[in-house]
Ligand binder design. Structure first.
Ligand code: C2E
Ligand code: MG
Ligand code: MG
Ligand code: MG
Length: 284
């Protein structure tokens, strides 16, 4: 009967909703436990100076070591962490790791490089973001100019007053700002002259595409030209082919990042990669 069908339909709908809620709830509980258990680590990926081949910077990318499911990528847990407010302790965790890394690297005999950290919208809307950042920097014995924070275009466009305050705070501290995934969000072109933006990162969708066949897209070329005109450094992310790196170098892109050199990896492994990279660069 219609009534029965209705009930069945309701039950199916209900159960799938319940499953989804249960899954989310479980993942959230796991996330909480993992934060207490310290199951998060930063992986690191180099930014290469395309003109000289030198390591110009490093990006810290968070990984969740789930007890049963293994390494979970940030695309899965960052949105959940934002919804639940857990991004606050997580954000502090990655900032701490990045500051220690910057101290470790820059205290040696190396040329100082910047370590970049990704920020999420919810994190910067918090009143004590700048004090948290200062705390991480001073506890690690790191310097503000060794850090760079990556924010997205949509964050720039979201809450002008808040962003003004954030930018002033970061400028006062001496921490650089980079616009991540440039070209994919709401246009932030007017913000480029309004705020002291140090770096534009061309989104990998304009860098590595199957149809590109090693040629950077017209958009990548345009972003590089605009960045140069404005005196802003330009980084291309997601470089997978040597041909892509060559073309980006030719059009004047400053730095590149991508699987062509290496995938993001834990600190120890990253330092081993650096040693190999420097040896092979010296041999050339
Ligand atoms: P993103 O900041 O744009 O980082 C670049 C992403 O592209 C990273 O993914 C990196 O592993 C990947 N990638 C780098 N080179 C290549 C390449 O040559 N080919 C391909 N196919 N991929 C490449 P990941 O680590 O999964 O991070 C995804 C996004 O999650 C990041 O995008 C960033 O927006 C966010 N995220 C990562 N760590 C954090 C964090 O600590 N805090 C916050 N708020 N967000 C984070
Ligand atoms: Mg980034
Ligand atoms: Mg990016
Ligand atoms: Mg990206």
């Amino acid at each position: 009967s219609a009534k029965r069908e209705g009930q069945n339909t309701w039950r199916i709908f209900d159960e799938s909703l319940l499953d989804e809620a249960r899954e989310r709830f479980e993942l959230e509980a796991d996330l909480r436990k993992s934060i207490e258990g310290d199951n998060f680590t930063a992986h690191f990926q180099a930014k290469i100076n395309l003109q000289t081949g030198e390591i110009a910077g490093v990006e810290a990318l968070m990984r969740w070591n789930h007890p049963d499911m293994g390494s979970i990528p940030p695309g899965v847990f960052i949105p959940l962490a934002e919804q639940t407010g857990l991004i606050i302790p997580l954000g502090e965790r990655i900032m701490t790791d990045a500051c220690h890394f910057a101290r470790h690297w820059n205290d040696g005999n190396r040329k100082p490089i910047r370590v970049s950290v990704n920020l999420s919208a919810r994190q910067v809307m918090l009143d004590d973001f700048i004090p948290m950042l200062k705390g991480c920097i001073s506890r690690a014995g790191c310097r503000a100019e060794w850090l760079e924070l990556e924010i997205t275009e949509s964050m720039l466009m979201s809450d002008p007053q808040r962003i003004d305050e954030l930018m002033r705070g970061l400028s006062a501290l001496g921490v650089a700002v980079s616009i991540d995934d440039f070209g994919t969000g709401y246009s932030a072109i007017s913000s480029l002259t309004r705020y002291p933006i140090a770096t534009l990162k061309i989104d990998r969708s304009f860098v590595h595409t199957r149809v590109n066949d090693g040629k950077p897209s017209a958009i990548a070329r345009t972003i590089v030209a605009m960045a140069r005109e404005l005196g802003i450094k330009c980084v291309a992310e997601g470089i997978e082919l040597a041909a892509e790196a060559d073309m980006l170098r030719k059009i004047g892109c400053d730095e590149g990042q991508g699987f062509l050199w290496h995938k993001p990896m834990p600190e120890e492994e990253f330092f081993r990669w650096v040693t190999r990279h420097e040896k092979s660069a010296a041999a050339q």
